[in-house]
Design a protein around this ligand. Structure first.
Ligand code: SF4
Length: 255
């Protein structure tokens, strides 16, 4: 390569780099990509379209945040605000935080809001929610207000698809904080995604359901999601077996 063409190539690279840095500066990004690998990385909106920032929830909790310091569920909800940590923010009608007794002994954790939940802003209010209500009231003899109900992701995945790993990772700390604040004695994990998120495991729900596990010292009973039971009613008897174990535990009858 001649000296002239080398010079032109270097000039071209410098120009591209300068433009790239100017774009980042205009977007308010002051760090280089690998400068702080565990810290915040943001992504500017492109073409005016809403774009989920490339922050992770881990980042959220590694920096001062209203959510991090929450002492109550209300403070946590306020800290989450109009969250844009993952791409699910762009399709939601309502962020579905959680509902129930803030000091519940029993907490149910599902996967994410569906259409009805998204519209109403409350978890488990559709057909699957009615089934969960039946489990709580008819099966356990409790009231819905006695327990606390939340999901792993707080915003509805489009077309009720499964939450993607980055979405679960982004939202999971909110659930952890909810659990930390409610301090339930028992968690019932509803379905594969909730259970895998809580157990940090890829084990299939069919392998782990019906047995006691631990989530940070809290007893965790994995069972099928009510939406699954609507499609597979024959498995209701398995869920009932799991729920009976939870009832015994709540009554202190498990030894
Ligand atoms: S799903 Fe969770 S992390 Fe994603 S935008 Fe909603 S509240 Fe934020």
């Amino acid at each position: 390569m001649s000296e002239d063409s080398e010079t032109r190539e270097i000039d071209s690279l410098v120009t591209s780099l300068r433009r790239h840095l100017e774009r980042r500066q205009r977007a308010g990004i002051r760090i280089l990509p690998n400068e702080m690998p565990n810290k915040q990385r943001t992504m500017p909106a492109i073409g005016g379209q809403e774009k989920a920032p490339q922050r992770t929830a881990g980042d959220l909790f590694s920096e001062p945040s209203p959510a991090l310091g929450a002492k109550t569920l209300e403070e946590l909800r306020a800290g989450i605000g109009d969250c844009r940590l993952c791409k699910l923010c762009s399709g939601r009608t309502n962020l579905v935080f959680g509902v129930g007794n803030p000091h519940a002994r029993l907490m149910f954790v599902g996967e994410g809001p569906g259409r009805d939940e998204d519209l109403q802003g409350e978890p488990f209010v559709g057909r699957a929610g009615q089934l969960l209500n039946d489990i709580i009231t008819k099966g356990m003899g409790l009231k819905r207000e006695d327990v606390y109900i939340a999901n792993v992701v707080k915003c509805r995945p489009p077309d009720n698809r499964n939450p993607e790993p980055d979405e679960v990772a982004a939202c999971e700390p909110f659930l952890k904080k909810q659990i930390d604040l409610v301090k339930p004695e028992i968690i019932v994990g509803l379905g594969k995604f909730a259970v895998q998120a809580l157990l940090q495991s890829k084990a299939p729900i069919t392998k782990v359901r019906g047995q006691w596990h631990r989530y940070h010292g809290i007893k965790l009973m994995p069972t099928f999601h009510p939406a699954y039971l609507l499609r597979n009613p024959a498995d209701k008897k398995l869920v009932w077996e799991d729920i009976k174990k939870v009832i015994k535990e709540l009554r202190g009858e498990n030894g």
